[in-house]
Design a binder for this molecule. Structure first.
Ligand code: HXC
Length: 510
């Protein structure tokens, strides 16, 4: 019996070594952890239960029958993050460069199926060279099986991808269909085709970092939702994100103890909006001040900074914040900001996370660049996302809510549940200057008349009261009471019951 037990330990020991000590040392030398080290760090200590440790590929071509390594380049299983179940797979770069074979794909499919059946999030950790070149079509089939499962799980369980090394070819599309992608600065990159193919096809010379590094994907392409300094920080941040999320679309929101009273008055908010309407202020200050303990997990912080999206908690329960940022482009809505926020709103709606929207928006960004780039379609994405969302929607207009952007930003007309305005709110078709230039064009040569018209327009329209008189704003609230108002509103809306008409699915303007 003893020998049998020892044999198991011996085989486990070999499997745990993956591609061997030399390749593990090479991995460490590059500042990267191994697949197992990453999983151990990511999950609660000692909680990892591994599946399929002894799975090997079945390929015989190109001498592969003489080269089999237990695990076949991916470590899979489940464990817990702060006590809650999470399924996980991590590509093992030390085994055939983490490349995907038929057997490797089957391991991933097994955890995808388990995660969906048991309704718990799945996290994929990538560090791999794409399809196993020696396997050809079997690897392609494996990828497609994984993709299909990503799509079926979308909107049912949270799916998160963490890129911690190369992620190329077939490996990029599974992350692209998950809810969030995080990258490690300087050691990770993602692209469909690498620098060599790019050189051959387009004659461009680029490095892997220039083509698909963390900066490219967090600042320019918006493929990634965040990037962090190293493996350890990245995995700890993903744990932090998971703490905000429900386990599935039918699970309750996580409740975390709240140490900050919701009835305290924050007098500093009464002076947050500057006296001059053209002066910027930081909307993140408001988000932090209404969130429990100021804890805010921002999504896509480096992309389309004119809109801020992320998760916080009010009285221990998760909310999604969407807020125009007056510090960047005066908080205007452009194509990038619309796409970014639309995707975030849809995530929140999938997973029953109430949405709190802070509005200070001068309108949609004018110009040929925006119009040629499809502003109408991209703006419509955000409009569509808010309009279809059935989760509790709470809106606070802090300052400008002009034109179509007023409608889009979770207005009453898009089934906003509680629409508040600060006394500093200005709700109008456009700002006073633009309005007067159009309706009093004949007076443009007379500065005195223009000043008088502007004053009249400001007095009549640039306040929250015209909208409040019509019930478009439920209440004009004191800025200092915003957290209390939101907390009470969120509590009142906990049993909100609203469903859209039956349909196979909608046709959001993609
Ligand atoms: C088999 C692979 C492999 C692959 C790497 N290896 N990629 N084995 N299939 N795709 C192996 C290497 O042979 C090597 O084995 C080990 O992994 C480490 O690779 P290195 O090249 O030494 O590492 P590095 O210099 O860090 O370069 C990493 C890399 C490079 C950039 C990922 O390996 C690379 O370019 N690989 C090929 C990428 C690629 O073209 N993949 C196919 C994409 S097509 P040893 O034994 O020496 O340690 C694709 C289509 C699918 O994915 C589409 C589905 C929709």
């Amino acid at each position: 019996m003893k020998e049998i037990l020892e044999e198991l330990e011996r085989r486990r020991g070999i499997a745990r070594l993956g591609g061997g000590e030399a390749r593990i040392a090479a991995q460490h030398k590059r500042g990267k952890l191994t697949a197992r080290e990453r999983i151990d760090l990511f999950l609660d200590e000692g909680s990892f239960e591994e599946f399929d440790m002894f799975v090997e590929h079945r390929s015989t071509d190109f001498g592969m029958d003489k080269s089999r390594i237990a695990g076949d380049g991916v470590v899979t299983g489940w464990g817990t993050v702060n006590g809650r179940t999470v399924f996980v797979f991590a590509k093992d770069f030390t085994v055939f460069g983490g490349s995907l074979s038929e057997a490797h794909a089957e391991k991933i499919m097994k955890v995808q199926d388990m995660a969906l059946k048991n309704r718990a999030p799945i996290v994929g950790i990538y560090d791999a060279g794409g399809a196993r070149i020696q396997e050809g079509v079997a690897a392609l089939g494996g990828y497609a099986e994984v993709f299909q499962r990503n799509v079926l799980a979308s909107g049912v369980i949270p799916q998160i991808s963490v890129i911690m090394g190369p992620c190329a070819g077939g490996d990029v599309y599974s992350p692209a269909m998950t809810d969030f992608i995080f990258m490690v600065r300087d050691t990770s990159y993602m692209f469909v085709t690498g620098p060599d193919v790019v050189k051959t096809v387009t004659n461009e010379t680029v490095t892997a970092e220039e083509l698909g590094g963390a900066v490219v994907h967090t600042v320019r392409s918006s493929i990634a939702d965040g990037a962090f300094e190293n493996d350890v920080e990245t995995l700890l941040q993903v744990r932090r994100l998971i703490d905000f999320l429900p386990l599935s679309n039918t699970a309750p929101l996580p409740e975390i103890e709240c140490y900050q009273s919701v009835t305290d008055i924050d007098a500093s908010l009464d002076t947050l909006v500057p006296a001059s309407s053209n002066k910027p202020y930081d909307i993140k200050e408001l988000i932090r001040k209404v969130s429990d303990e100021g804890d805010f997990f921002e999504i896509q912080a480096s992309f389309a900074k004119n809109i801020v999206c992320g998760f916080g908690r009010v009285e221990g329960s998760t909310v999604g914040f969407v807020a125009n940022q007056p510090m960047v482009l005066a908080g205007v809505l452009d194509s990038d900001a619309s796409r970014k926020a639309a995707r975030f709103v849809r995530f929140c709606d999938c997973f029953n996370i109430p949405i709190v929207t802070f509005v200070d928006v001068p309108g949609f960004l004018p110009g040929t660049a925006q119009e040629y780039g499809g502003l109408i379609k991209h703006g419509a994405k955000l409009l569509f996302a808010y309009a279809e969302a059935t989760v509790p929607k709470l809106t606070v207009i802090t300052r400008k809510a002009f034109g179509g952007a007023y409608d889009v930003m979770a207005s009453k007309h898009l089934r906003g549940d509680l629409n508040y305005a600060w006394p500093t709110a200005q709700i109008a078709v456009m700002g006073a200057k633009g309005a007067v230039e159009i309706i009093f064009r004949k007076d443009t040569a007379d500065p005195e008349k223009i000043a008088a018209h502007t004053k009249m327009y400001e007095d009549r329209f640039l306040s929250p009261f015209v909208a409040a008189e019509r019930g478009y704003v439920d209440e004009v609230i004191m800025p200092h009471s915003t957290r209390r108002r939101l907390a009470r509103g969120l509590k009142m809306l906990r049993n909100k019951d609203l469903a859209n008409p039956w349909k196979k699915h909608d046709n959001i303007p993609l």
